[in-house]
Design a protein around this ligand. Structure first.
Ligand code: RM4
Length: 253
């Protein structure tokens, strides 16, 4: 028996990083998954690598910041399997910049993807879950959505949106059987973080972050995915409004 047997889930941003690891863990645990991403080629490659067929895994290529796309991601679950038990609102961008390096366009882009995208996918999911009277949403916050950090002048505030949306929606929908939680990952060895290693300033940032995690290492995408699976599943049936740090002790300092 898998922890998510019979569960129908939507995972956004599933082509790589934490989203991809979440897709893999959810499939291992028995879920049926709608995997979505803006990058159609990347998503196709990830899906092929899982070895699963359309019985358990379907895809939507789209942009979470576009209302019609976000709605289509949730509709795909209902059209394919008749219900939606879980949304993992993972899709996002991670720019590193101080405020004086951040243009208005940079700010708007991060808020559109990480902020509005989370709002739109949560709204579409809640409309279905409210009809069912059940559901579990897991939002991707960050240690940057719980505490300040340098060079995160737009991304950090966008992750505070994720934390805030989680808590407010948890209260708003608790009585209707919908749980809303978040994970707050520390620095995780994803493709996005690995890409930072290509520039000198990016490498200095990652090395410094590594030293700031009490466990003395970066996290792995799968370590976050396991926490997401727990929050998605019935094993966390009395947990809502929680932001679970998966950060090697970073926020405990
Ligand atoms: C994460 C968090 C980490 C940072 C990465 C780039 O959400 O803020 O600390 O290293 O983004």
């Amino acid at each position: 028996m898998g922890m998510l047997d019979g569960t129908v889930a939507v995972v956004t941003g599933a082509a790589r990083g934490i989203g991809r690891a979440t897709l893999e863990v959810f499939l291992e645990e028995g879920a049926h998954v709608v995997a979505t991403d803006l990058d159609g080629d990347g998503l196709a490659a990830t899906v092929a690598a899982t070895g699963h067929d359309a019985d358990r895994l379907v895809t939507v290529v789209g942009d979470v910041s576009v209302e019609a796309d976000a709605d289509a991601m949730i509709a795909k679950a209902v059209d394919t399997w008749g219900r939606l038990d879980c949304l993992v609102a993972n899709a996002g961008v991670i720019p590193l910049s101080t405020i004086d390096e951040t243009s208005v366009e940079d700010w708007d882009h991060v808020m559109a993807v990480d902020g509005r995208g989370m709002f739109l996918t949560c709204r579409a999911a809640i409309r279905v879950m409210a009809e069912q009277g059940s559901g579990s949403i897991v939002c991707l916050s960050s240690i940057s959505g719980m505490a300040g950090q340098a060079s995160q002048a737009a991304y950090g505030p966008a992750k505070f949106v994720a934390t805030g949306l989680t808590k407010h929606l948890a209260i708003e929908w608790a009585a209707r059987g919908i749980r809303v939680n978040a994970v707050a990952p520390g620095t995780i060895q994803t493709d996005a973080v690995n890409a930072l290693l290509e520039s000198e300033s990016g490498r200095a940032y990652v090395e410094q972050m590594e030293g700031q995690h009490p466990m003395g290492r970066l996290g792995q995408p799968r370590e976050v995915a396991q926490a997401i699976a727990f929050l998605a599943s019935d094993r966390s049936s009395f947990v809502t409004g929680e932001v679970l740090a998966v950060d090697g002790g970073y926020l405990a300092q």
